[in-house]
Structures are given as C-alpha cells and as structure tokens.
Design a protein around this ligand. Structure first.
Ligand code: ARG
Length: 465
C-alpha cells in the first residue's frame, strides 16, 4: 500500500498535505476495497449513461470501460497497489483508470459524487450478497425438509419449559425450524426491494446540472427504479439496517437450533449424532466429541446483534445529507454478511447429515408422562369436564411417580382407581403412536400431517426465483 500525502482528487484548495496519521484515520480503502467489482460495475453504467445523453463521446465511453476492465483484472490478479492517500476504493480505481487512459479518466466523475457512488456500490454489493445468502438459506431449508420427511414417524418428547410435555414427531420439530427460515427468506426478499433502488444521480446531495438519465442507469444496473429524493439518496442507510436486522433474526433462529443440537448431542439427551467432520475433539479428554459448529453459530449471533446496534447508533444523530460517519457503515455490514453466509453454509452442509437416535428419542418420550394430556382428553370424551379430568390424571401421575411406572405401564385396574370411566380402549391413547397420530390437523404433529407439510414446504421452495 502506497502512502502519499497529497490528494490529487480534492487537494486544490489545500495549502498543506494531509497529516499522515489523519490520512490513515480517515481512509476506508483497507475495508471498502472489497466493493471493487461493484464500484467498477457502477462506473461502467455511469459512463454508458453519460455517453447516452451526449456528455461523453462514444470513444471516451469505450476508453473508460476498457480501462476499468483492465483495473478489475489487475485487482483480481493481486497486482493492484492500493493507496491510503487515495482514501477509498472509489478514488483508487479512478486514479488507476486515469493513469491508464489519461485525461478521459478524469471525465468519469462528471455528474456524480462519491456520495451517490458509495451508496450505489453498497446497494450493488448487498444485492449480490442477499442473493447468495438466500441461496444458502434455501439449501438449508431443503436439507431440513428432506430430513423431516425421513423422520416423519420418529417420536421424540416435545418440551415446554424444557420439561417433557407431549410426544411429537422429529419431522414436526424439524419443520418448526423450517417455518422460521421461511419467514427469514421472506424478510430478505422484502429488504432486497428497498436495496434495489438507484441512488446514482443524487451526486453530492442536490442532484446535478448535467442532463443525466437516471432511469437508463437504473436499467443498466438492474435496479427497479431511481431513488426519489437526492438528499435522502446519499444519506439513507436504512436498507443496510434492515438487512442487518433480518440477519440478526436469522442468527437468532440458528442460535436456537444450535442450542438444541448441543443439548441433543450430549450424553444426557442422546437424541442425535452430529457427523464427525462438524465436530472437534479435546486435547486432554480422549472421549470428547464437541459440537463446535453449532456452538460457534450460537456464539457468533452476538456479533451480528452488535452490528445492528452499531448501525442504528451510527445513523441516529446524522443531519441530512451525507456525513463522513457513513463510512462506518461498511465494517459492520460486511462482517454481518460474512458471519451470516458462513453460518448458513455450515448449517446447510450439516443439516442433511444429522443422525436421529430414534430409540433414544422414543425412550425419552416414554419417560415424563408425555401422554398425560391424552389421558385427560380421553376422560373428557367419556363425559367428564376438563378440569376434573386434569385432576384425575394428576393423581394418576402422582401414583406413577411413586410406583416408578409410566401411564401406559399401568394395568386397567390401576388406572380405574382414578376414574371408573376408564375402560380397556384407554391403551390406544396412551401409546406414543396413538398420541401423535391423534393430532391430525393442519399444523399438528401427526406423521401424515408432517408429510403433507413437508410437501407444502417443498412447493414453497420450488416457487422461488
Ligand atoms: N469512503 C467514503 C464512504 O465510505 C466514500 C464517500 C466519501 N464522500 C465524501 N464526501 N468524503 O462513505
């Protein structure tokens, strides 16, 4: 990285060079160079638009496009000398262009400012990332839905308060995760609509005196429309906050899955086996297989929450229009993108390979009187009011605890101590299979409902662009 101390792009009115430390303090090139492709993409479209309206000649346009292409190749080859004195990705690329094609390079910045340029770059960058992240999200959902189909009949305890509540099917539990991700996908797509607007043309803040055609530029860049107000265009970072907020929700969801995976992989639960390649061992305890990937996803959730708060705080006191504060939007946004994309990728890779320990799940569902509600519902069907039924079953549970017996292990005579309405058909409802199969309505845990829900979920994925 070169360290010059005068800036050719705006040095005209200055009588002394920038202090070397200030140059480093104010520069963003160390981190905004990651937007080089989008910066070039935006500049190519801008040059095309300027030629389209007659501000540049076609030859000038072609020189600029060719020069920018060469710059891109240099950057991708790792041959580009990024300079702190040139502050940011925008001025580095423009200076390199001018070094290549001469005076025409200096015409590229006609009718624009770095203020609308950077806003455009971030939107182009984020749009691409939303598409990549959406694809990872879809891949994770596909894996979960496939697994849910395989495990539609697998019975496990369902919990409330982490206490055994009622039996559910593992497929149903997996589709609960999918339901969260389905909302997450919708939020990303909704956010994408507001990302996909073109700020270029707002120039520094007020627009420009050149006869620009913002609709033309918008079309070239695949934006839905130009933004409405030039002051808002250069100062708005709502779209980055919306994205980070959607990302925080996704991380929160994945952190919840992680928590369950960590619990379930433990020797105490034994509900699942995680593939070895997603775990690590201990340097001291030879028996250990640690669920590092879910633990890290859970841990990384915190930094995304932090980025959301950073961005909200960054914006809260800014007067219109652009302020240098906005340069601070990039690191939180970039780290949110990286953290979210990598976490989704790890989960999408891992999800289809989760191994259910079906026997252990079933044994766990048998403990903890998970069919107590089924017994209460049974007694209600015999004509007893629910509150009384609750009391009857409560007593049966107390007896079971004392005797070390589940409800389904009791004899008919034992059960009849609590209500003489109980007859031999009670055993149909006390089985785990009977319990889950009885919850046979949309949204319920019955295996047939899970299979139908999995098909609906797959159709949702198939209808995505
Ligand atoms: N590096 C700046 C940023 O990230 C680009 C815009 C600078 N504009 C300005 N007027 N100093 O926001």
């Amino acid at each position: 990285m070169t360290d010059q101390s005068t800036n050719a792009s705006w040095g005209g009115r200055f009588s002394e060079p920038t202090d070397a430390f200030v140059a480093r303090y104010t520069a963003s090139v160390d981190f905004d160079q990651r937007m080089y492709r989008h910066d070039i993409q935006g500049s190519v479209a801008h040059a095309r638009m300027l030629a389209h309206v007659g501000v540049l000649s076609n030859d000038e346009r072609d020189d600029i496009i060719r020069g920018l292409e060469e710059v891109r190749i240099e950057i991708e080859r790792g041959d580009f000398d990024w300079s702190i004195a040139l502050e940011d990705v925008h001025m580095n690329i423009e200076a390199a262009l001018t070094a290549k094609i001469g005076i025409t390079g200096k015409k590229l910045h006609t009718g624009r400012s770095r203020n609308d340029q950077v806003a455009t770059d971030i939107r182009l960058y984020l749009r691409d990332e939303i598409d990549l992240i959406s694809a990872e999200l879809t891949r994770l959902q596909q894996g979960l839905i496939e697994l849910a189909k395989r495990e539609a009949d697998t019975i496990m305890p369902g919990f409330t308060h982490l206490q055994t509540a009622q039996p559910v099917t593992f497929g149903h539990h997996l589709l609960a995760w999918n339901a969260m991700l389905e909302r997450d996908y919708a939020r990303l797509q909704d956010c994408r609509k507001r990302v996909n607007q073109l700020p270029l043309g707002a120039a520094a803040l007020a627009g420009t005196t050149y006869p620009i055609d913002r609709f033309y530029t918008a079309e070239l860049l695949g934006f839905d429309a130009p933004t409405e107000n030039s002051l808002d265009s250069v100062s708005d970072r709502d779209f980055a906050i919306e994205f980070t907020s959607a990302a925080a929700l996704i991380m929160m969801h994945m952190s919840r899955f992680s928590e369950e995976l960590v619990l379930w992989a433990s020797a105490q639960f034994r509900f699942i086996d995680l593939p070895d390649r997603f775990c690590t061992g201990s340097s001291i305890m030879p028996q250990k297989k640690n669920p590092d990937v879910p633990e890290l996803v859970r841990g990384k959730t915190g930094r995304v929450y932090g980025h959301l708060v950073s961005l909200l705080t960054l914006m809260k006191s800014q007067p219109l229009a652009y302020n240098k504060d906005n340069q601070e939007d990039k690191e939180p946004l970039f780290d949110t993108v990286d953290t979210l994309r990598d976490s989704l990728r790890a989960f999408a890779d891992m999800a289809p390979h989760l191994q259910a320990r079906r026997d252990d799940m079933r044994d766990a569902a048998k403990r903890g009187f998970s069919t107590a509600t089924d017994l209460a519902d049974y007694v209600v069907r015999k004509g007893i009011p629910f509150r009384d039924a609750h009391e009857i079953v409560g007593k049966a549970v107390a007896y079971g605890l004392e005797q070390g017996k589940d409800l389904s292990d009791m004899t008919l005579e034992e059960l009849q101590q609590f209500s003489d309405e109980i007859t031999v058909d009670v055993f149909d409802v006390l089985t785990l299979e009977g319990s889950v199969a009885a919850r046979d309505h949309i949204g319920g845990t019955a295996p047939d409902q899970v299979r139908a829900a999995a098909v609906r979920a797959q159709n949702m994925l198939a209808s995505r662009p």
